[in-house]
Design a protein around this ligand. Structure first.
Ligand code: FES
Length: 223
């Protein structure tokens, strides 16, 4: 399914009232009785359901934390309790401000100790098999992207710890892949823990692989 936020014409940070308003407006626009198509109407309904059921993601996160705590306390009988990936993220743009390097051993320890905003540093849970960009958006993040199909570098991240599986690669060089660069819109976590740096557009070679801002706006807002 396409991004439900795009279908409703809102950003992932929209609150409940904005979501409901957007849904009502899109339902009116696409309703077959008003000249819309059944497909478009159904798509809007599915998008709304998916966003509304975001609470299932919160429930999932709680289950994950419970399982993780039990695991740390040694109260688990098997590894089946692990229900997703714990992702710690950091915005590349703050590295310069603090004099940190991408390959510093203590990069994420330093980030955790610094007083960074939730936009720049934090953590979330990625449900199994969900791509990292989508999981980040579900948790309220608004990371860069454009095509959502592996054809640009707008959504690229660097994996500092753990592994992400990218099913195909048509644009990243082997050097970039070796450096841990992955496209977050098509890559899912492969490990239970993941540390990634996002917004890496200024890394060598990535700028020219990005789609221009206008296309980003078009892809994001559908305008
Ligand atoms: S947004 Fe273009 S590859 Fe991910």
């Amino acid at each position: 399914m396409d991004n439900p936020f795009e279908i409703l014409g809102i950003g992932p940070e929209a609150d409940e009232e904005e979501i409901v308003q957007a849904y009502r407006q899109r339902v009116k626009q696409t309703h077959p009785d008003q000249g819309g198509s059944v497909d478009a109407f159904q798509q809007v309904k599915r998008a709304y359901e998916e966003i509304k059921n975001g609470d299932s993601v919160e429930k999932f996160a709680l289950e994950y934390q419970r399982a993780k705590r039990a695991h740390e306390d040694g109260n688990v009988e098997d590894e089946e309790t692990q229900v997703g990936t714990h992702i710690e993220y950091l915005n590349y743009e703050v590295l310069d401000d603090y004099g940190w390097g991408l390959h510093d051993d203590d990069l994420f320890e330093n980030a955790a100790a610094a007083d960074l905003s939730a936009e720049d540093y934090g953590e979330f849970i990625a449900p199994p098999n969900e791509n990292v960009l989508k999981a980040a958006e579900r948790s309220g993040q608004r990371w860069p992207f454009a095509c959502r199909g592996g054809a640009c570098a707008n959504c690229a991240v660097v994996v500092v710890e753990g592994e992400m599986e990218m099913p195909s690669n048509h644009i990243l060089s082997s050097e970039m892949m070796d450096e841990g660069v992955r496209l977050s819109c098509i890559s899912a976590p492969k490990t239970d823990e993941l540390k990634i740096v996002y917004n890496i557009k200024h890394l060598p070679g990535l700028d020219e692989l990005r789609l221009p801002a206008q296309q980003v706006k078009k892809a994001y807002l559908g305008k």
